[in-house]
Ligand binder design. Structure first.
Ligand SMILES: [Zn+2]
Length: 125
């Protein structure tokens, strides 16, 4: 079985506040202020009222926010690196965006059997 790889898989880059730091050319910022941001915040109360963990906000992003990102926006991400404040060793919704933008995968196994009512999702604030 031969695997031909012409370009390296896009990766996540940590956004730095250091003076003079610039994001690499072609990369896409996916912080909360962007259209790719995660509306769910670590520490905010989750569905059961307890503060959400990093893992939880990432899962909710994948299950509840990601479906609201347009196909065109996902297409735009394809082949591009993403830039977020998260440390690279931390779980980040950017990893989910990368995976989804660069593979033809659809609903995650994580999301099945764990429905969350859509009317509880407020992406405006
Ligand atoms: Zn992040």
């Amino acid at each position: 079985m031969k695997v031909q790889s012409t370009s390296p898989l896009p990766k996540r880059i940590q956004l730095k506040r250091a003076r003079g730091w610039r994001k690499p050319e072609g990369s896409v910022v996916i912080t909360r202020s962007s259209r790719y941001g995660n509306p769910f915040k670590i520490g905010d109360p989750g569905p059961d009222g307890t503060p959400m963990t990093r893992e939880e906000v990432c899962r909710r992003f994948e299950c509840e926010a990601l479906p609201n990102i347009s196909a065109a926006d996902m297409e735009f991400l394809r082949g591009r690196d993403v830039v977020c404040f998260c440390k690279l060793e931390d779980m980040c919704h950017g990893d989910i965006l990368l995976r989804r933008a660069n593979q033809e995968t659809h609903s995650s196994e994580l999301c099945t059997g764990n429905p969350v009512p859509q009317d509880e999702v407020d992406v405006e604030h």
